[in-house]
Structure formats: C-alpha cells, structure tokens
Design a protein around this ligand. Structure first.
Ligand SMILES: Cc1cc2nc3c(=O)[nH]c(=O)nc-3n(C[C@H](O)[C@H](O)[C@H](O)COP(=O)(O)OP(=O)(O)OC[C@H]3O[C@@H](n4cnc5c(N)ncnc54)[C@H](O)[C@@H]3O)c2cc1C
Length: 438
C-alpha cells in the first residue's frame, strides 16, 4: 500500500542513500525479487568527489549488472598511475599486473546517476529528494521516518520494513543515532580541498603531458604529487580535470576558512609539475569543495535488522582510490546476508555478524594500507590477515606496488607477513622514472 505521495508504507528492505553503495545493494536485492525502497536526499545527477576507479571494481559491477552500462558510457580508461613522492618518480601500469579491463576516470555525477537508474530498472522503488531523518530499530518492525521535499513542499512520512541499510555516505545516519562514529586518531586527520579545471593538460603513461582533448585517444594516468604539507591528485576526465589536495587538519586549522580556496590555488600553482599542467586551464570556481576530517569509522555496523555500508560504515583515505570499491564490496556482501536472512530469519544474527566482520576487515585493510601504520582505531589485525589471504593475488600485488610508490610499503609487507603470504617484492613493477616530460 502507498501513501498519497506514492511512497509505500511497507517494504522488505529500506535503503538510505543512492550513492554507489546504496544503489548497488538495492539493485542486487531487487534483482532477486525482494521488495526494496531506496530514499535519496539529493536529486541525481548530483556532484560527488572520487573520480578515480581501480580495475577491481569491474567484478562487482558484473554482479550488480551495471558493467555493460559503465562500458556504454565511454568513461575515460586510465593506464595506471604516476607519483612524484618526495622528489622520486614512479609509474605503474595496470596491464602489467594482468588486469584485462581498464581502470576508469568517471564523472561521479554521471556514474552515480547511472547506478541509481540501474537499481530502479532492477525493480527497486527509488524516491529522490526524500531525506531520512531517523530509523527506529528497537521496534518489532523497524520504522524509518523521512522528509519528502519533492514538489516544493516538505511533508513527513514513515515506512515500516524488515531491514534498514544505511548507505548515506558521510552523513552516516545510523552511526549518528548510535553515536558510534569515531574520527581516526589525531595524527591521521586530514582535510581535502578540490575543484575542477577545463582544458588542463594531463599526464600519459609515458610521462609526457597531453592536451585535454587527447584524453579519449591517449590514456591518462592518475597523477599524484607530494608537496610540503601533503599530496595532490590530478584526474583527467572527458570535459574537466579534477584536482585536489590533502593536508593534515592541524595545518588547515591554522588557516581561516575563507583563506582555503586561495591556499588551494596557490599550492597548485607552486606544486611540482602541477603549474605546467594547469597553465592556461580555466578554474571552475563553482566546483570548489572541501571536506574536513574525512577519515572515520563506526564502531557498530550490522545487527539483526540493520546494516551500515560504504562511507556510512567508514572512510579512510583517497590515496588508493578505494572508496567506490569499498562501497561495491560492502553492497555485495550485504545483499547476500539480507537475502539469506529473509529466507531463513533464524540466522539473522549470524549473517549480520559475518557481514560486520567482512566490512571491518576491508576497513582494517584500507586503513593499514593507506595510513601506513598497522592496528589501532577499531582494526582487528587477525581479521585483516584473514582478509589478505582471500584477496586475489593480482589485487594485492597492485596494492603493494602502489603503496611502494607513496612510500607506505613497509606496513603492507608487515601485513602480508602476518597473513603468512610470501609476496615477492613487486617494486620492479613500480618503475622508477628519471623525469617527466611535461
Ligand atoms: C577527498 C576525497 C577524494 C576521494 N577520491 C576517491 C577516488 O578517487 N576514488 C574512489 O573510489 N573513492 C574516492 N573517495 C571516496 C568516495 O567518494 C566514497 O567512498 C564513495 O562515494 C562512497 O559511496 P557511498 O555510496 O558509500 O556514499 P556516497 O557516494 O556519499 O552516497 C551517499 C548518498 O546518500 C545520500 N544521503 C545522505 N544522507 C541521506 C539521508 N539522510 N537520507 C537519504 N539520503 C541521504 C547522499 O545524498 C548520497 O547520494 C574520495 C573521498 C574523498 C573525501
């Protein structure tokens, strides 16, 4: 039964948020004939950061059925990465690791809209401009209260369901309710500032720079360079390049909020190579965005009638382009756990615990890898070791090479050793380059 606004009063699974995590879990469940409602606060296409995708995402996109749509979209295929870290230049090429499908640079507004439409086509009932305010999980049947902002008026409503999936990204609706959101410890707090540039040159796999219009012919790399206060990314897409920087939050605190955009532009102009890539490029002022303290985790993730996934569970760091991968992975295991639980409610608690372990494993893996230290902040080292034993070797080797490029490899070796994996040093695949021809 629906209310006058068309939103049903009941469903089996209520998903909060239609980013990569929410849309993917909704697609997977709806595909199996499960009655899913997805409520999304914004109206797609909406801006989102996180345009660099690593090749591992394809296996999850195959499961959700979104892979052919991603192919048809014609996103920019990227060849690999080049980093200039403390003056040392390294290059990796995905093809050398045996990946058969390319990594991508995607416009996230287009990518995320594609995913939410796919969820709808699979049978999920999707309502945009509807914000979830609260989920009452203590009831026999959970109830989700929302604000419907469609058509200019705001009205309240409620839906009863059997499971609530929180995929609300950094809003982390359930973690807010549980008061379980924890910032990663103080030395690991970062602020990111980013924006888009038109006609920016980009870096190809050969270490040369190319005009923006070449990007569909000559594959770019994701270009990363460290600077005095942090590091910078450059991601070339079809119409614009996304350029952003990451600094420690303490450094940002010394600055007035209004000074941050000036600092951002000044830093890009003076950073190694960036000055040349952005010479003559047009800065799109309206694209300037910032996110402070983006590294956090929730100490409570899954229960008998709720699951927190994607950024609503944790986000560590953008350095290895892990965010969308984490969202996809969490969506796939959650869909499995909920489909099983609906069939066999007696095992609900067990499935929730298994899923929580998996989500925590991936968080621990990302945290240990990205922040260059092991343990701490809710990381269970035994879970991480077990996870590493299950990750396909090709993916581990890519991560090892990537970690080596940004001088974070010691920790990764330690992780592999704890897991009993005898990974051969793959530094050879992080090729040293003498110079870049930008
Ligand atoms: C600086 C930075 C750079 C990054 N770079 C990369 C990168 O290069 N590659 C990569 O893979 N990842 C990157 N990420 C991470 C990536 O952006 C996220 O991990 C990814 O978007 C997570 O997907 P999600 O679906 O969990 O959340 P989101 O994409 O945030 O989607 C959540 C959705 O929930 C909606 N929502 C929020 N609150 C409510 C509510 N109350 N009710 C209803 N809907 C709600 C939002 O509108 C949104 O659409 C980066 C992150 C940062 C901070």
């Amino acid at each position: 039964m629906s209310t006058s606004n068309g939103i049903p009063r009941r469903c089996d699974v209520l998903v909060i948020g239609g980013g990569p995590a929410g849309s993917s879990v909704a697609a997977l469940l709806a595909k199996q004939g499960i009655n899913v409602v997805l409520l999304e606060k914004a109206q797609h296409p909406r801006p989102q950061v996180g345009e660099s995708l690593i090749p591992h995402v394809w296996k999850y996109a195959e499961l959700t059925g979104a892979a052919p749509l991603m192919e048809q979209q014609g996103f920019v295929a990227k060849a690999g990465g080049i980093t200039v870290w403390n003056g040392k230049i390294h290059r990796i090429a995905f093809a050398e690791f045996g990946f058969t499908r390319p990594a991508l640079h995607v416009e996230r507004d287009i990518f995320d809209e594609l995913l939410i439409k796919h969820a709808e086509r699979q049978g999920a009932q999707v309502f945009q401009q509807v914000t979830v305010r609260e989920a009452r999980l203590e009831l026999e049947q959970p109830e989700v209260n929302y604000l419907d902002k469609r058509g200019g008026d705001t009205c309240e409503g409620a839906i009863c369901c059997r499971f609530v999936i929180d995929a609300s990204g950094s809003s982390a609706v359930l973690a807010g309710q549980f008061k379980s959101k924890r910032l990663i410890d103080s030395s690991m707090r970062f602020l990111s500032l980013w924006g888009h540039f038109k006609n920016a040159r980009y870096v190809g796999a050969d270490g040369r720079s190319y005009a923006a219009r070449e990007v569909v012919k000559v594959r770019p790399v994701t270009f990363v360079t460290s600077f005095e206060d942090g590091w910078i990314w450059h991601i070339a897409m079809r119409q614009v390049a996304s350029v952003g920087l990451v600094i420690n939050t303490d450094r940002a605190r010394a600055m007035d909020k209004n000074q941050r955009e000036g600092y951002f532009l000044h830093t890009l102009k003076s950073a190694p190579y960036l000055d040349r890539l952005l010479d003559g490029a047009e800065y799109l002022e309206s694209s300037f965005s910032q996110r402070p303290d983006y590294s956090y985790y929730s100490s409570k993730l899954c229960g008998e009638n709720f699951y927190c996934i994607g950024d609503a569970a944790s986000f560590v760091d953008p350095i290895y382009s892990h965010g969308v991968l984490n969202a996809f992975y969490n969506a796939c295991i959650t869909a499995l756990a909920i489909a099983e639980s609906l069939q066999n409610p007696a095992y609900r608690a067990r499935h929730a615990q298994l899923c929580e372990n998996r989500i925590r494993q991936f968080y621990g893996f990302s945290r240990s890898l990205a922040l260059g230290e092991f343990g701490g902040d809710g990381v269970d080292s035994e879970l991480v070791s077990r996870f590493m034993r299950q990750v396909p070797r090709v993916e581990l080797e890519l991560m090892l090479a990537a970690a080596f490029m940004s001088e974070r490899s010691d920790n990764f070796h330690q992780l592999a050793e704890n897991a009993g994996l005898n990974l051969q040093p793959t530094q050879a695949r992080a090729h040293v380059m003498e110079k870049l021809m930008l």
